[in-house]
Design a protein around this ligand. Structure first.
Ligand SMILES: C[S@@+](CC[C@H](N)C(=O)[O-])C[C@H]1O[C@@H](n2cnc3c(N)ncnc32)[C@H](O)[C@@H]1O
Length: 267
């Protein structure tokens, strides 16, 4: 008799897509996602300049672009940007934002693990906060290698959101304690409410990096996928400093103490 595997990768991908489709509604109201000051924008620009340089008309592919925060940063730097996401509510907001800001960014709906783009299309491939949620990162990295031009660069911006450092743990627990006793609105800064937080936990427990996306492990998989000159940059302090103004003290401290990083690699 034929058996059906009800917990296939397909189901997990569908759950991830549905989760982000709901999160799209409030995504841009949350600090750490959208940018709320010119200082923060400048700090992000500096990170991109440091690793992939000015655009000068070169092509960039922002994978899992969400509401296109990173696409706009690349557009600011003179890249011709294509953003891809698989959640239509995210893309709707991305298109509206580009229209409001008068930017001509191309948006595609698609799976970052299988983009359907031709070989050797892009000078730069970028993604922020995607790798931790990939179902099959090695296949995804091979795909990103494929769509890059020879000599092209990949920039991954991500973090380990599973294993908090001691400082992050203490700050997070204290913030949760204050929220519970009504001293502050934990939901506004921490993201989703209880139901979605449970969905998030459930998804996180089943993705490849369920134990946390440590930079060294991501870098090793990038090498396995064919990338060279893989460099880990954990100095995100300029960005965290500017973001802190939008968080209360404890939340800002918790974020800054997390293992967050950028990884640049070449084809
Ligand atoms: C945390 S959000 C990050 C959005 C954006 N990169 C940013 O930093 O503002 C994660 C995004 O990844 C998208 N996503 C996750 N897995 C994806 C996949 N395999 N293909 C396309 N989009 C994906 C979700 O739909 C969501 O928009």
């Amino acid at each position: 008799m034929q058996t059906i595997n009800l917990r296939s990768n397909h189901d997990l991908r569908d759950e991830i897509k549905a989760y982000w489709s709901i999160r799209a509604e409030t995504f841009d109201s949350q600090p750490g996602h959208e940018i709320f000051s010119e200082e923060e924008r400048a700090a992000w620009h500096a990170l991109f300049r440091r690793h992939v340089g000015e655009g000068r008309g070169r092509t960039a592919f922002d994978l899992a672009c969400g509401t296109a925060v990173v696409s706009h940063l690349l557009d600011d730097l003179g890249y011709r940007v294509t953003g891809m996401d698989w959640a239509e509510p995210m893309l709707e907001r991305a298109r509206a934002k580009a229209k409001t800001r008068g930017r001509s960014i191309r948006f595609l709906m698609g799976d970052a693990e299988n983009t359907m783009e031709p070989d050797g299309t892009y000078d730069v491939v970028v993604n922020r906060h995607l790798v931790w949620t990939l179902v099959d990162p090695l296949a995804a990295f091979q795909e990103w290698h494929r769509v890059l031009k020879p000599g092209g660069k990949l920039l991954v911006i991500d973090g380990d959101f599973v294993n908090p450092t001691l400082v992050a743990r203490i700050a997070g627990k204290f913030a949760a304690f204050l929220a519970r006793f009504g001293k502050k609105d934990g939901r506004a800064q921490n993201g989703p409410g209880a139901d979605l937080a449970e969905t998030h936990r459930s998804i996180l427990s089943r993705v490849y990096f369920a134990d946390g996306a440590r930079a060294e492990a991501v870098a090793a998989l990038l090498r396995e996928a064919g990338f060279t000159s893989v460099v880990i940059d954990t100095d995100m302090s300029a960005i965290h400093r500017t973001q802190r103004k939008n968080f209360d003290f404890l939340k800002g401290l918790e974020r800054a103490a997390q293992h967050r990083y950028a990884i640049c690699a070449s084809k």
